[in-house]
Design a protein around this ligand. Structure first.
Ligand code: AMP
Length: 125
């Protein structure tokens, strides 16, 4: 019988991480990969995707603490690699109502355009 919950390995990002769907990794290490977003919201829009499939940030467990820290440090390395350490924004959409469309945790790194203060919630209905 088919479960109503899709296995986590079926997500688009699980397939990208595993290589089943070919994608150019602009960065990769033991725990994560980074790709350019297919629909960039700014001149630089990179997705940092852990190899481990955690559907969303709020599903992370205490044993994921080191991985979450690793992702943050990877963001810094990727920003340096891209020459954008001066200004970038990191976004994690958690849940459909927050705009999450792919249920495999990922961090957006967005840069190359000026972000205004106090505009974090723009785009909410
Ligand atoms: P989110 O809405 O936070 O779940 O982010 C999912 C992101 O994945 C969106 O910004 C999409 O543009 C991006 N995306 C969807 N399919 C692909 C793909 N094949 N390669 C790269 N980025 C993708």
């Amino acid at each position: 019988m088919k479960s109503w919950v899709e296995p986590m390995s079926d997500t688009l990002f699980a397939k990208i991480v595993s290589g089943e769907i070919p994608s150019e990794f602009i960065y990769e290490d033991e725990h994560c990969v980074a790709i350019n977003d297919i629909n960039p919201q700014a001149p630089t829009h990179v997705l940092v995707i852990p190899r481990k499939a955690i559907p969303k940030l709020s599903d992370a467990k205490p044993e994921d603490q080191a991985l979450l820290g690793h992702l943050m440090l990877a963001v810094g390395k990727i920003a340096e690699q891209l020459g954008i350490t001066d200004a970038f924004r990191v976004v994690v959409n958690n849940g459909a109502d927050a705009g999450q469309t792919v249920f495999h945790l990922h961090l957006h790194i967005i840069a190359g355009r000026r972000f205004s203060e106090g505009q974090l919630a723009r785009g909410f209905d």
